[in-house]
Design a protein around this ligand. Sequence first.
Ligand code: HEC
Ligand code: HEC
Length: 157
Amino acid sequence: MKKLITGLVLLGVVATAVAQKDDSSNDALLSNGGIESLRGKAQLSETRESDKMKRVLKDREVVERNYVHQPPVIPHQIRGYKVDLNSNKCLSCHGWKYAKEVGATKVSPTHFETRDGMTLSDISPRRYFCSQCHVPQVDAKPLVKNEFRAVESLSHK
Ligand code: HEC
Ligand code: HEC
């Protein structure tokens, strides 16, 4: 028992020492113009190695929405889906003309409305660049804890 206690005390001393060392090296980093962020520590004068690209989730079921008016997230990859002046790849599946055939959700009527509330016969310019609002998802751990819950009426549990 005595040994165990001595062991634990020693462990405590070592842990404190390590913690203090960490603290002081952190101080040194920060006072030399370094920064510490959610991505870790870096010196401003050095180019930090970038994180590995996260893998985009492929072809999933539609992801449930968490609040009314949420732009639904994209449950598939979008690499190579071009949206420019001449063409919009997204609309070749999500436009009303093709959606049924492809089995995609059609863009909702709000996507035809101008900001003055006029309904156009084609997609409204302010809804043309889809990825301004809709984004694919990656399987990433949250950087900070988040306890967000959907409102009761939209809850799926
Ligand atoms: C090859 C056809 C195709 C293309 C191109 C395509 N999608 Fe999709 N998309 C689908 C299908 C199929 C689904 C799943 C639909 C379903 O199950 O209701 C889907 C789902 C979605 C959803 C989820 C809808 C919901 O109700 O939750 C969004 C948002 C979406 N796509 C946006 C986009 C955007 C933005 C682009 C262009 C960058 C794009 N898609 C390109 C076929 C396509
Ligand atoms: C300015 C933001 C914005 C842009 C740009 C935008 N959307 Fe949306 N989208 C939304 C919002 C918000 C919703 C959910 C509420 C609604 O339907 O308006 C939505 C809903 C959808 C849905 C689901 C419709 C339904 O009936 O459930 C699809 C599919 C979709 N958008 C596809 C697209 C595609 C494809 C484009 C590009 C041509 C696009 N969106 C551009 C904001 C946007």
